[in-house]
Design a protein around this ligand. Structure first.
Ligand code: XMP
Length: 589
């Protein structure tokens, strides 16, 4: 299905996470924005009312760094360059950019011009958020500075006659106090956009599109119990009625406690009996039993999904002409962008297995959410009266508990390392665009703000590690714990399931779950004779999973969680992960 309206604003993608955040903020202001590849030919953008060039991690000097079609500056369209976007614009229009000796990261104060249209309605001194190393050194002809900071001469620039603007800071992040107003000035005063976007008003339109796409055919879904596939399913149900919509939920045996029952109840409350459960535990658990390597685990699970889905497609004769496939694919998964969003790639994988690919080629797939962001999908879900407790669920990865249950291939002792111990269990991290896979440093200190700051320092200093955890409580002193051989056995999965359920219950009762974006609970083969495992708590704050901050659990609550966990059979220790992303990923594998 095509994306709905024609975007009034094109956001040119110079680096994944930044461009999506901008597009989301523009949409929040009621203007439909679309993300386009940075080099989209100017001719394709002529119908827009304005263009925004996003920030990105590259330097304009990097040989393969993203660029834009310079003809966009001759379209007589307003253009706003943000961060890297400003530098690129300056360079293409005849200015110069300098590689900074040192970056400027974090909060800064902008001294802005009182008369600049872009800054109208904002105070002359205002808090902004910077994240850059390079900076514009010489302005292109026609440009003037409309704002500076103590270290950046050209924090905001403009050529008002050509309606071209640049910001070195990020108006799209919450830390820029008046960022919303600045974007709104650009959209409404400079570009003359009108308000045309409100996700909750899209329901009737989406239903109509589903009816058109389906014609006289029925719709079939693989549902996961996640927000996207459930909202997409519910839309189809409303559009076509319960006789014409069916779904299957695949129980991989890697789900959380009570998940299958939860999903069954949820769909039964929508329309009884139209979603069935495919119990496929053996197909997943048997080949995973002795696997330690994260990539191998992911490959086995991906492959397992492919086989189960294809067998269902065949068994249910879904390739005959009466059926089309419904999917909960959302906007960031559908567009071609320069970003490297791992979760998106993995989801694409699940939504594009060969059988599904064949259906897509035959125009037999309906994806009603293809133009929506996650928070907009939640908004739609509210309009569809799906229960709030469901819409606010934290994200949960497709491979399930398998990538939270770490395995050990042999017994090993911990190695003393400065103020802690090196745990010979590896976890995945991310630095720049590269994946790291390195051991964890365990500190023998109760988690606190000071310990968290220390952890950040240690990761920067010690090249062998990519993650730091702090001991909350353990049955034996840290140095006496050992890593043991432990696979993905039903016994260990059950232990993790119980630990995860306990933490979910306590965070829900205390309201802590509302303070974090996601709260993975990890099982490590770190313990002692008869008590082989430890649990790591990984609460994080994030906007979209691309970057994340580790969030400290307050002392009393943390002790309550640890006491509960140590009461579970086989658990010898409880740790708190203090690592931000980067350098650690949210999931350990
Ligand atoms: P990482 O671990 O890469 O996770 O920092 C970022 C976000 O993506 C989720 N995640 C996945 N989601 N399939 C999914 O559907 C996957 O294979 C997968 N791996 C990670 C993770 O839970 C976090 O929200």
């Amino acid at each position: 299905m095509e994306t709905g309206a024609t975007p009034q604003v094109a956001v040119l993608d110079a680096g994944g996470q930044y461009c999506h955040l901008i597009a989301r903020k523009v949409r929040e202001l009621g203007v439909y924005a679309g993300v386009f590849a940075s080099e989209t030919p100017a001719g394709n953008l002529a119908a827009c009312r304005g263009v925004i060039i996003s920030g990105g991690p590259a330097s304009v000097y990097d040989p393969d760094s993203p660029t834009v079609d310079p003809a966009i500056f001759r379209l007589d369209l307003p253009v706003l360059g943000i961060c890297y976007g400003q530098q690129l614009m300056a360079r293409l229009l005849g200015g110069t950019v300098e590689r900074g000796e040192k970056g400027e990261y974090g909060l800064a104060t902008l001294n802005g011009s009182r008369t600049a249209a872009l800054l109208a309605g904002t105070p002359p001194e205002q808090q902004i958020w910077m994240s850059h190393r390079d900076t514009v050194a010489v302005l292109p002809p026609g440009f003037e500075a409309i704002g500076n900071t103590a270290v950046c001469r050209f924090a905001a620039i403009a050529d008002p006659s050509r309606r071209l603007f640049g910001l070195q800071f990020h108006p799209e992040v919450v830390h820029t106090t008046h960022g919303r107003r600045i974007l709104s000035n650009f959209l409404f005063d400079v570009c003359g956009c009108s308000r045309d976007w409100d996700p909750s008003h899209q329901v009737p339109l989406l239903e109509e599109r589903i009816r058109q796409a389906a014609g006289d055919r029925n719709v079939f879904f693989f549902v996961s119990g996640g927000v996207d596939s459930t909202v997409a399913f519910t839309l189809c149900l409303r559009a076509l009625g319960p006789e014409r919509v069916r779904g299957v939920y695949v129980d991989t045996g890697l789900m959380r406690e009570g998940e299958t029952e939860f999903v069954t109840r949820l769909f039964d409350s929508l329309a009884p009996g139209i979603v069935s459960v495919e119990r496929a535990q053996r197909r997943f658990l048997d080949p995973l039993a002795c696997v330690c390597d994260p990539e191998q685990k992911r490959a086995i699970i991906g492959e397992g999904f492919v086989r189960v889905q294809e067998s269902i497609i065949e068994r249910r004769h879904l390739l005959d002409g009466h059926w089309i496939l419904g999917q909960g694919t959302i906007y960031p998964d559908t567009i071609e962008s320069g970003g490297t969003q791992k979760a998106a790639v993995i989801k694409t994988h699940h939504n594009r297995v060969p059988g599904i690919q064949r259906l897509m080629e035959a125009n037999r797939v309906v994806e009603p959410l293809a133009s929506f962001y996650k928070d907009e999908v939640r908004e739609l879900g509210r309009g569809l009266e799906l229960p709030e407790e469901f819409l606010e669920r934290h994200p949960f990865p497709g491979p399930g508990l398998a990538i939270r249950c770490l395995c050990g291939s042999r017994s090993r002792k911990l190695e003393p390392a400065g103020e802690g111990f090196l745990v010979p269990v590896q976890s995945v991290g991310v630095q720049g665009d590269s994946r790291t896979y390195a051991p964890v440093l365990a500190l023998d200190s109760f988690p606190s703000q000071a310990v968290q700051e220390r952890a950040a320092e240690l990761i920067n200093r010690l090249p062998r590690i990519n993650r730091v955890i702090a001991r909350v409580e353990s049955a034996l002193p840290l140095g006496s714990l050992e890593v043991s051989r432990g696979g993905l056995s039903p016994e260990r999965l059950e232990r993790l399931r119980r630990a995860d359920a306990l933490i979910r219950r306590i965070s829900h009762e205390s309201g802590f779950d509302k303070q974090v974006w996601q709260f993975p609970v990890i099982l490590l083969p770190l313990g002692s004779e008869g008590c082989p495992d430890s649990v790591v708590l990984r609460p994080v704050h994030s906007v979209d999973g691309m970057t994340a901050q580790s969030v400290l659990v307050e002392d009393t609550l943390l002790r309550r969680m640890a006491d509960g966990l140590l009461g579970i059979e086989g658990i010898a220790g409880v740790f708190h992960d203090l690592t931000h992303k980067p350098p650690g990923t949210i999931e350990w594998e």
